[in-house]
Design a binder for this molecule. Sequence first.
Ligand SMILES: [Zn+2]
Ligand SMILES: [Zn+2]
Ligand SMILES: [Zn+2]
Length: 152
Amino acid sequence: MKAEMSTENTGLGLEEFSQILKENKLKVTQPRLRVLEVISTKTSAISQPELEKILGTEIDRVTLYRILASFEEKGILHKVFDLNGTATYAFCSTRCSADHHHDQHVHFICSVCNSVFCLDEIALPKIKLPKDFSLHAIAINAVGLCDQCQKK
Ligand SMILES: [Zn+2]
Ligand SMILES: [Zn+2]
Ligand SMILES: [Zn+2]
């Protein structure tokens, strides 16, 4: 079975990013637009340290942390932990609402380069819980070699 991965750029521009911010009642600011722009150019999920490397001194660490937290809360991004337990962020494929991510899917993590990919089309199983248990999240990771590492 060959799963199709979202390894293509989102192709979104500043216009769309402004729109996303407005829809989520976030003020359109340069740092917020910049973070969306950087994330959209990546084919895999990106961590805060990686973002810091790309942004350099453009956005200070605290601001970046707040931006990521607010984007996650609004359902613009979702958080996935890589094999080292570092949080990485990826765009939500459907419109998630504040505090509720309804686009949960399986993630693929490369055991060599540690890149995290969304396998958007693989839905998570329905989980039947014991009485009085409530479900907040399901995390399923497929681990293997990504296309880039496969070529090496
Ligand atoms: Zn989501
Ligand atoms: Zn890899
Ligand atoms: Zn994902």
